[in-house]
Design a binder for this molecule. Structure first.
Ligand code: FES
Ligand code: FES
Length: 387
């Protein structure tokens, strides 16, 4: 089968003081290059290629840059500095400030935040307002910004006075207030998250999601994707040998949809690609051709319960009912001066964790070892063994 090749370009640039001769795709993002080719994992992938979270921030000729939206052609002849290329003494002062002030929790955003404020911390005097303005384009979902700003101000003051910030030594006694045990590895970005894991011979997967929230899938043509150089295998629902359905409350969520089935949201998966690199896998996904009969989506929960609404799920559109009883409401009503009745709705809440959803599976003798991000690893294990 004739394979389609990706384009290549030759150029030179500096990375943390070393001259690099790059020969490859000029459109490849700097973040992907750093993470996949150089295996520098301090720039984290929180939203690539959206360019909104700031986790991948690096310095380009001294200016801050979101590496996920910078194509390699933009780097030609310039100098890239990552966390690894910062002055070691100053870096220690900054990460110690974050550790002592509690400026990080999960730490996923922290290397990007430090890179973002680095030029400010080194400019001499910096105000709280300047720090906050700089952090406008860096997201943190767990620490909150007050402690981050405090860490930055403390680091800036120490750098300005050529002073060191030392970590407190533990006496080993219970009750001491100490920095988070892994804060230094988290702050420098050395601590690996799932997307940072690499194994010998690892291949990469990418999924083709539905283009429509509700549509009947008429055809899935993967023939062009299969011809892309570097693609090992294309999977569709027909390739799943075991149980095809999963779900935490009702197990009726298909891992992949078959031709003829109807999607329920844009997160429904139609096919999966396994390729040499993540970039190739994603390029191949874009080459999958799907024909749909597009249907009107149901977007309102109350409409979904009405009699004439199409049934999205076999057992009906009501997923579950939760009744909450606290105290004697009848008695409280009787004793109240005023009683009002109504239907109350709350806003949707997205946890907005910054680490991307992904997993790594490693075949072992007699099984598979799965690395995934979850609070419920036992459940992940139980679900995984079904397929
Ligand atoms: S801004 Fe680059 S990964 Fe989010
Ligand atoms: S510490 Fe900022 S995202 Fe977790």
């Amino acid at each position: 089968m004739e394979k389609i090749k990706l384009k290549e370009q030759t150029m030179e640039f500096k990375l943390n003081g070393t001259t690099i001769n790059y020969e490859g795709d000029p459109e490849l993002s700097l973040m992907t290059y750093l993470r996949d080719v150089e295996e520098i994992i301090s720039p984290k992938d929180g939203c690539a290629p959206e360019g909104v979270c700031g986790c991948c921030t690096v310095l380009l000729d001294g200016n801050v840059l979101k590496a996920c939206i910078a194509p390699m052609r933009r780097i030609a002849g310039k100098e890239v500095i990552t966390m690894e290329g910062l002055d070691p003494g100053k870096k220690e002062t900054v990460i110690n400030a974050f550790a002592i002030e509690g400026g990080l929790q999960c730490g996923f955003c922290t290397p990007g935040i430090i890179m973002k404020v680095w030029p400010l911390l080194n400019q001499g005097f910096v105000t709280e307002k300047e720090i906050n303005k700089a952090l406008n384009s860096n997201l943190c979902r767990c620490t909150g910004y007050k402690k981050v700003t405090k860490s930055c101000l403390s680091a800036a003051e120490a750098l300005r006075n050529n002073a060191k910030i030392e970590l407190p030594q533990s006496s080993g006694k219970v009750g001491e207030s100490l920095p988070k045990y892994d804060s230094l590895r988290l702050a420098t970005g050395e601590a690996p998250y799932v997307a940072d894991l690499k194994f010998e011979g690892m291949v990469h997967g990418a999924l083709k999601f539905s283009d429509h929230p509700r549509a009947k899938v008429l055809k899935i043509d993967t023939s062009v994707a299969e011809k892309l150089d570097g693609v090992f295998r294309v999977f569709t629902a027909e390739d799943i040998p075991g149980e095809r359905f999963t779900g935490l409350i009702v197990p009726d969520w298909p891992l992949m949809l078959k031709r003829g089935e109807t999607t329920r949201y844009v997160g429904d998966v139609l096919a999966g690609i396994v390729a040499e690199t993540e970039q190739i896998a994603r390029e191949a996904v874009a080459l999958i051709d799907v024909e749909y009969e597009v249907l009107t989506p149901i977007t309102d929960p109350f409409d979904a319960l009405s009699k004439n609404c199409p049934q999205i799920h076999k057992k009906g559109n009501l997923l579950s009912t939760t009744e909450i009883k606290r105290g004697d409401s009848k008695k409280a009503e009787k004793e109240s001066a005023f009683v009002t009745k109504g239907t109350y709705t709350t806003q949707r809440i997205e946890h907005a964790f910054l680490e991307i959803e992904c997993c790594v599976a490693q075949p072992l003798e007699g099984g598979v070892e799965v690395f995934s991000q979850s609070q419920e690893f036992m459940k992940t294990g139980a679900v995984s063994v079904k397929f």
